[in-house]
Design a protein around this ligand. Structure first.
Ligand code: SF4
Length: 368
């Protein structure tokens, strides 16, 4: 399977915790940006993709005309007549009926909404551009327009957040019939306004962990399967684009800061909108050719994030050859003997209770 990711690096304003590549006040570059993306895409003429993910930034800011131009251009360049899944991200402050109708008309049937919380106080404290009422209206509008595969992002550990407020957010989202939730713990990234001005009411690591486990339990009771450390869905609504990523599949990323894994190489475009507009095809940075043993180890690490599926060693042997996975197999075995991984024949899994300390275990797998 191969996935196509298009990055839309525009936002209404910058959230205090954000270290993604996105810029406020640059929507005047939108038309030129779509042209630049299509120019970059044209290098891969006729490539076939099974999934499309338009992410950001805030893709709902491109509006009806921007989305039409982008989709018409992409469908003219690539072979994407029968996508398994097409997703667009949207933020509540910029979702409109016209935009949703246009997305559906373009065959984009999965919507991922940046809700983050349904507490106005929590949203304001991290500088989100929307309030809870706008999030509720956005979900309602999307459902009325006919979206039947909606995901919401939720942040755990927001300043002042407690279990009562998180529970309200999760109970509302699941109660309204959303199919998918992505739930990430707030990370204080260096050089962000949040790091420069840490709020006194930021939940500590232990409190964040308590929120996570309470949320996992509640979502389980609501019928949501935890198919990845931070992702939960009703049966059959796993995000196929991200599954391909966790399965070590190929993907092509277009736009500044977008990452790709294509023809055995990993690379990333430079995070610089102006440089990208000037030369969309000349931004590849960090080209890394992976050797088979490294690729196999990387795939194992990604697959272990899939808590129920885990990593199947026999599949890796078939894909990479026995010689290339011998060291990896020995490490997986060691970790299972130490009780750090569960083993069932050829299948290795993280213990669900280790979901929050997975990085330590996964780095042991790399031999760090
Ligand atoms: S909306 Fe998302 S991408 Fe934009 S600033 Fe906020 S966190 Fe960053």
């Amino acid at each position: 399977m191969r996935g196509l990711y298009v990055h839309i690096p525009f936002c209404v304003q910058k959230c205090s915790y954000c270290d993604f590549y996105s810029l406020p006040n640059r929507l005047n570059s939108l038309k030129a940006y779509i042209e630049a993306v299509l120019q970059e895409a044209a290098q891969y003429d006729q490539l076939r993709f099974e999934t499309l993910y338009i992410g950001g930034g805030t893709p709902s800011l491109v509006g009806v005309n921007g989305l039409n131009d982008l989709m018409t251009g992409l469908t003219g360049i690539f072979r994407i007549p029968k996508l398994v899944e097409a997703t667009i991200e949207a933020n509540p402050e910029s979702i409109s009926q016209d935009f949703l109708q246009s997305a559906l008309k373009q065959g984009i049937k999965r919507l991922s909404i940046g809700v983050q919380s349904l507490s106005d106080t929590e949203l304001q404290k991290v500088g989100r551009a929307h309030n809870a009422c706008q999030a509720v209206q956005a979900i309602d509008l999307a459902q009325k327009e006919g979206f039947r595969n909606i995901s919401a992002d939720v942040i755990l550990g927001l300043p002042g957040q407690n279990w009562q407020s998180l529970m309200t957010t999760l109970e509302c989202l699941t109660g309204w019939g959303l199919q998918h939730l992505s739930m990430y713990c707030l990370a204080v990234e260096p050089h962000t306004p949040l790091a420069a001005n840490l709020p006194g009411d930021l939940p500590c690591d232990d409190e964040q962990a308590d929120l996570y486990w309470q949320a996992v339990e509640l979502l389980g009771q609501r019928g949501f399967k935890q198919y990845e450390i931070s992702n939960f869905c009703l049966p059959g609504y796993e995000c196929q684009h991200n599954l391909n990523y966790w399965h070590g599949g190929e993907y092509l990323g277009l736009g500044p800061a977008a990452a790709s894994h294509y023809k055995g190489c990993r690379y990333k475009n430079k995070p610089d909108l102006d440089a990208y507009l000037a030369d969309p095809c000349g931004q590849k940075d960090e080209v890394e050719k992976l050797r088979k043993p490294e690729k196999a180890a990387e795939e194992a690490i990604l697959r272990l994030r899939l808590l129920q599926e885990g990593v199947d060693l026999s599949g890796l042997i078939q894909k990479y050859g026995e010689n290339n996975i011998m060291a990896l197999a020995a490490r997986l075995n060691q970790l299972s003997m130490k009780g750090r991984l569960l083993r069932d024949g050829f299948i290795y899994r993280l213990k669900p209770e280790d979901a929050l300390v997975s990085n330590t275990i996964l780095s042991e797998l790399l031999g760090d």
